[in-house]
Design a protein around this ligand. Structure first.
Ligand SMILES: [Zn+2]
Length: 108
């Protein structure tokens, strides 16, 4: 499989490192919603067809790339620098319920 790095040109996939799914919105870093973070860290889609992925040209210019790859045929439909690609929206953090501190009672 060849990936056409926008800076270096077509290179073998062995020069690249897969960096993950580019479709998952990251929760707000200030969020304490454990379900949202659990979904972000552990849940993965397994699409059959076009898929947006992060790759790094680790054996070349070290650029971070957004690659649109067909997971069935490995055909690459597009490659762009991540810095010039739109970033997936961040999920807004739901309001965390406020917990009341346990009241301390003096021992009799
Ligand atoms: Zn490159």
């Amino acid at each position: 499989m060849l990936i056409a790095c926008p800076y270096c040109g077509p290179r073998d996939v062995a020069e690249f490192t897969y960096q993950g799914d580019a479709n998952r919105p990251r929760p707000d870093p200030a969020s304490t919603d454990l379900d949202a973070w659990n979904d972000y860290v552990y849940q993965r889609a397994n699409p059959a067809g076009p898929h947006r992925e992060y790759w790094q040209h680790s054996g070349g210019c070290r650029s971070h790339l957004l690659v649109t790859r067909n997971t069935l045929t490995h055909e690459i439909a597009g490659v762009a620098f991540v810095r010039s690609a739109p970033v997936p929206a961040t999920k807004p953090a739901p309001a965390a319920p406020r917990k009341r501190p346990a009241s301390r009672k003096a021992k009799p």
